[in-house]
Design a protein around this ligand. Structure first.
Ligand code: AMP
Length: 282
């Protein structure tokens, strides 16, 4: 698909594409924060942040500047560089935005369906939707990990999923979502078969997130795969064309039934610019 993705995975890419995203251990690191992370903004981090606003920097003790080198100014967000999206949380040194998800391989049939979705939204409600360039089903919110936690978080998740069996999922309908900040709207294919397995994965992931004091997934999760998106809150407009979108989806289901079933053999995690894969048990 030609257009760029702007759902959870793409949110990570806002940060990935920024100047200060480099792997842990390099001289610069990605920097994001959630409200829940405030516990960890204490002593060493806050004081460093203060330092960045001052012209003369005191030498830092304990060689911290080698771990988190200071820069003269914070990176400037330029929404034009990422299709008008606004960062959900500001850049902060040492924080990596992280998502656990199921990767989904696109097909020509799916791309044709997305083209129809875009045409309907354009002609009926005047919205120019874009297609994602990486399809996925989220199993966590986009959470923010301190960089020194990433390895143990990934190890915990890997351990969990070694014991989880592969499963099948299918899509059954179309729905519309907004992100929590209501700065983006998403059209998604809703998972039908496989919900129980997804719910059980989310249950395990939530326990793991709790250990890292991170926010769990939604209380009422609606497992879906975003297939088109736009900037702004356009849920109401898109809701008016949902019956058409669902009708079209039914036709695609009828004509290409095999295209909407997927065997889930592995889960994925993206943290900053790093990707991890967790194979499921056979
Ligand atoms: P995703 O494509 O997984 O990034 O999801 C798109 C958006 O759907 C995210 O920004 C979520 O916050 C939002 N969303 C809203 N309500 C829900 C829900 N009940 N379950 C899952 N995602 C939701």
């Amino acid at each position: 698909m030609a257009a760029t993705s702007r759902s959870s995975l793409a949110i990570l890419s806002i940060y990935d594409s920024s100047d200060d995203d480099e792997p842990v251990g390099s001289s610069r690191v990605s920097s994001k924060r959630s409200l829940l992370d405030t516990d960890f903004q204490g002593s060493e981090y806050s004081s460093k942040k203060q330092c960045t606003n001052e012209k003369k920097l005191l030498p830092s003790p304990l060689g911290l500047d080698q771990i988190f080198p200071l820069t003269a100014s914070a990176p400037v967000d330029n929404p034009e560089q990422h299709d008008g999206r606004v960062r959900s949380f500001p850049h902060e040194r040492g924080n990596w935005s992280t998502l656990v998800y199921i990767h989904y391989e696109p097909s020509i049939v799916l791309e044709s369906f997305v083209d129809v979705v875009k045409v309907i939204c354009s002609t009926d409600v005047g919205l120019a939707l874009k297609a994602p360039d990486e399809l996925h089903i989220s199993l966590t919110r986009t959470v923010v990990l301190r960089h020194h936690w990433i390895d143990s978080f990934v190890a915990s998740v890997r351990q969990i999923f070694e014991a989880v069996a592969r499963f099948q999922l299918t899509f059954g309908s179309v729905d519309v979502y907004t992100n929590e900040e209501k700065t983006r709207t998403f059209v998604g294919l809703v998972v039908e078969l496989g919900q129980r397995a997804l719910q059980s994965c989310v249950g395990e992931l939530d326990k793991c997130l709790a250990e890292f004091r991170l926010q769990p997934f939604y209380d009422d999760p609606s497992f879906h795969m975003t297939v088109a998106w736009c900037v702004g809150d356009h849920k109401t407009e898109i809701a008016t064309v949902l019956p058409q979108l669902n009708e079209v989806f039914k036709q695609f289901l009828y004509t290409h039934p095999e295209q909407w079933t997927s065997a889930v053999r592995q889960l994925s995690c993206k943290s900053g610019n790093k990707k991890y894969v967790f194979p499921l048990a056979r």
